[in-house]
Design a binder for this molecule. Structure first.
Ligand SMILES: Nc1ncnc2c1ncn2[C@@H]1O[C@H](COP(=O)(O)OP(=O)(O)OP(=O)(O)O)[C@@H](O)[C@H]1O
Ligand SMILES: [Mg+2]
Length: 402
């Protein structure tokens, strides 16, 4: 499976990335250098090359990728030079919680008019570990609050069935070793968690019912608060853990030649430093580090995009076997990349990054093939939604062209 990423800046030939197996990709570059745009190109290529054979998922903290449902008419001429045409893709936008409560009804209507399928993403309480639950509520596992909560979640896991937030509350309420104040404090927090409407209340949500192959699955986190223990991180932690387990099961079936219920997955995370920061923990970090380190075998690919490679967890960085770097200016970031670059590159990477001048230019390092390219990223077929001025500019352009 080959992905067309761009054209070589030196000899102008097309630059492809081999993506048949699982890959871990870092996309980096300073503010406005084209990271999110490039991430969109990647997803377009995955859909073109693999269609229903993979599930592409974009973790979208800013709320910009829904524009992939629209054709990129603005760059029709550029696309023509690439023998491509503008096109929109089927978009499924998953909103943790209740979209009707989180979005202005006019916005929701406009999204649906653009053929964006907006659906609530319901998480399984059982997919957050006992430690994760304690972290979510800032409860130290060596103090009464944490001890009781840990015990409640652990006891439910041991029963071997799925459970809801209400079940956790029940387990806390009937814990005879817990004192009343601790129980009250926990019940209040659990009640607050229920009001987020992020957790499924009725039964288990299988991941293959949530994410679909052949469409752009967008996990829209833009309406939720950030922070290491915020709901954005909670959501990413739970889906990463759930998908990992589901894909490991599917892989086992595939090894026996049995039909697989869940195709391979590409998880692309924009603004990834929010989830896998260098130093410090987050709710999602452990799951994502595991995904990067052990995801290859079950067919789990990862794309992390961030302004600053030096702000990304080193373990995740060291797993990246593809680097797509746009312009970088700070020395820390260039050296973080240099540490990654293999012997065959010497100091070449640093010199190449210095040469990048324009938005959309990048250096591609592919560790598997041991190749390095200076390339211009190909134009997007679907509309890019990240530009700060896009809607106004576009209207003006329309007026001028009349
Ligand atoms: N390959 C490209 N070809 C043409 N225009 C591009 C290309 N890449 C980016 N742009 C334009 O540059 C602008 C910034 O791109 P983008 O939003 O991807 O930057 P970013 O690196 O993600 O920025 P931020 O750090 O703010 O997230 C956008 O208006 C986009 O349309
Ligand atoms: Mg961006």
């Amino acid at each position: 499976m080959k992905l067309l990423l761009g054209r070589d800046a030196v000899h102008n030939g097309p630059v492809y990335l081999e993506a048949g197996g699982a890959r871990a990709v870092l996309i980096c570059g300073k503010r406005g250098s084209g990271k999110s745009y490039t991430l969109g190109v990647f997803v377009e290529e995955l859909l073109t090359a693999a269609a229903d054979a993979i599930i592409p998922i974009i973790v979208d903290p800013i709320g910009v990728y829904h524009t992939m449902s629209l054709p990129n008419e603005l760059q029709r001429d550029d696309l023509f030079r690439w023998a491509l045409n503008p096109r929109g893709y089927p978009v499924r936008m998953l909103v943790p919680g209740d979209p009707e409560a989180l979005y202005d009804p006019d916005v929701l209507r406009a999204l649906r008019e653009r053929q964006v399928e907006v659906v609530p993403l319901q998480l399984n309480a059982a997919d957050l570990s006992p430690d994760g639950w304690c972290e979510l509520f800032g409860a130290n596992i060596n103090q009464p609050l944490g001890i009781v909560l840990f015990r409640a979640v652990q006891s439910l896991i041991e029963r071997g069935r799925d459970f809801t937030v209400r079940d956790i509350a029940r387990a806390v309420g009937t814990d005879e070793r817990a004192n009343e104040t601790t129980q009250e404090a926990l019940l209040n927090r659990l009640e607050a968690a229920r009001t987020w409407r992020i957790f499924a209340e009725n039964g288990y949500m299988p991941m293959d019912a949530i994410f679909r192959p052949g469409v752009v699955n967008i996990v829209d986190l833009s309406r939720l608060e950030s922070g290491p223990r915020g709901r954005r991180n909670l959501t990413v932690s739970v889906i990463a853990r759930n998908l990992f387990r589901a894909r490991a099961d599917a892989r086992l079936r595939e090894e026996f030649g049995l039909a697989s219920p869940l195709p391979r997955i590409w998880l692309a995370i924009d603004e990834a430093h929010q989830f896998v920061p260098a130093g410090g923990t987050t709710l999602a970090k452990e799951q994502l580090v595991r995904w990067a380190k052990e995801g290859r075998q079950p067919g789990l690919s990862l794309i992390v995009a961030s302004q600053r490679p030096s702000a990304i967890d080193r373990e995740v960085l060291s797993q990246c076997d593809v680097v797509l770097s746009h312009k970088l200016t700070t020395r820390d970031d260039v050296s973080a990349l240099n540490r990654l670059s293999q012997d065959y590159m010497g100091s070449e990477l640093q010199a190449l990054i210095k040469r990048l001048k324009r938005v959309g230019e990048a250096i591609l390092v592919d560790d598997e093939r041991e190749t390095v390219h200076h390339l211009s990223i190909r134009p997007r077929r679907s509309r890019h939604g990240g530009s700060s001025v896009a809607p106004v500019e576009e209207e003006r352009l329309d007026l001028w062209s009349d």
